[in-house]
Structure formats: structure tokens, C-alpha cells
Design a protein around this ligand. Sequence first.
Ligand code: SF4
Length: 321
Amino acid sequence: MRVILAQPRGFCAGVVRAIEIVERSLEKFGAPVYVRHEIVHNRHVVERLQRMGAVFVDQLDEIPDGAVTIFSAHGVAQSIIDEARTRGLPVLDATCPLVSKVHHQGKRYVARGRALILIGHAGHPEVEGTTGQVGAPVHLVSTVEDVARLELPDDAPVAYVTQTTLSVDDTRGVIAALQARFSDLEGPNVSDICYATQHRQSAVRDLCAAADLLLVVGSRNSSNSNRLREIGVEQGLPSHLIADGSELDPAWLKGVRTVGLTAGASAPEELVLDVIETLRRHGDVEVEQLDGVQETIEFRLPPELRSDVTVAPRKVATTVR
Ligand code: SF4
């Protein structure tokens, strides 16, 4: 059996930064540190950090006074930031800088008097964070049909922003519908919303052309991992999202000569290796990697956690925006 790995796959710069913020906080301030929401959507990552002393909570009122508090990579609503500030919680913000950029774009459009449309999925923490950041009503759309249902005049000044885990390809149809309907529409250059989402989706398309079966390593609640699997289905391939090798069903391998293997942006490489090891139990496996983009993007840590910047621990709360 051939196993072809997508390039790039797995961790993006925002996920690497968020995990490092938790690890360095534990090192610097000691356990426990409290993380609001899963730091990234991957059970293995969360469980490893729990073993190191991180405590994951859904609400700030579960965090004791004075405890080091970390916001997840998905971003939070302004009301959460205000609540943390009122309580004087020392906060480190692991919101991905590309998510923060979407928050700023949304606020700018609202400040210019435009009604804001967010292209994204209801209930996703990033969507809740962006909605709660802009300080004005946000109209959420996921599909072309949602655009037709928007209760806004066709000549109203409107603008759109998008959830970062949607790629240019995902949003193309909805943006076209917005352009067709609204005469005064503004939006960002979607090609620079999130390099990682676009790269992983392009790579999985290339992978599908070379494979008989697609396996995506990622958690069920990972939006970008689900999207990678859906692309496999769209390309006509049997496609499965698995958390690790233990979820591989040997029946999927019947008659398969080439397995395409990739991982969502929150899935660690060790889980990809675990899937390869599991595949080896079913026969000889030859592993190769597709040519693809080599990502070099890195995001800087908050100053409190950088070794090149000296900040007194009591000042840690200044990271609250
Ligand atoms: S997928 Fe993109 S926006 Fe989301 S954490 Fe990674 S780099 Fe940031």
C-alpha cells in the first residue's frame, strides 16, 4: 500500500503559538493555569496540556480570582475581555493574529457605518468571538440561500468578513451572491484571510487526484478538519475524519492501493505517524509526501512569555485588549 502525505498538513502558526502560550505559562507561572475553551480543537492536545496542569473551562466564573487565564486561539467576545478586566484576572490572549485581524476589519467597517455580514458557521467559537467583538449587530450567513434571506435593503451600505477556517474556495459562492445582491458592498481581500486554511485545502485537492481513499486526522469539532474531509467527498473519494489510528476501520482499506493522508490545522504530527503505524499492521506500507508549499510563517508570543522581553509577572494582565 502507498501512503501519500499532503504538504502542508497539520499545525498552523496560530495553533503552534496558542499551544506554546499554555506551555510557557505553565513553566513561568506554575500549574494550574486556566484556559477558556479548548485552546485548539484537538482532544489529544487538550489532554496533554491537562496532564501538564492546564485546566479547561467554558466560562470565566469557573476560574478562581487571581488565576492565570488564557483565551483560546479562536478569539473571544469583548464582553469576556471586559469581564476578565473587571475581575482583575491576569490574562494571556492566545487568539490567532489572523482572527484578531478579522475582528479589526469588522470594527472598521462598522465604524464607517456599514451593516456587517459574517460568512461563517453558527455556534463556532470564532464566530461567537467575532460577533461579540464588533459592537454592532452582525448578520451571519453560511450559504447562498442565507444571502437571499438577509433582511437588509439591497442598496444599504454593507460589508462582509469571513471565518478564518473557510478558504477562498469555500466563500466564493457566498461572496458572489452578496455582490449580485448588494449595490454598495465592501469586503477584505479574502486571499489573505488565512494562508493555512487555503494551503491545506489546495494540498488535499492535489492529494485526492493521486489517492483511492482519503484519511483526515483531526477532531470532530475541528471546523477546518471537517472541511478537508468534505473536499475529499466532493472529489469523489471515500473520505474519513479520524482522531488517531485507533479510529481506522480496516474495512475502508479493502481494494485500496493508495491512501491519501492529511491532518487539520489543530492535529499534531504524532497522530499522523500513529495512523501510519496502524496502516502498517494491515500490510507493507510505502510512505511518500506530495510536493507542496513549505510554510515559514511564525507568530510572536505575547511579551510576557518571550525570553527576549522582561515584564513583571504582576503586569501579565496588561495583555487584555
Ligand atoms: S487556521 Fe489560520 S486563523 Fe486559524 S489558528 Fe491557524 S493560522 Fe490562525
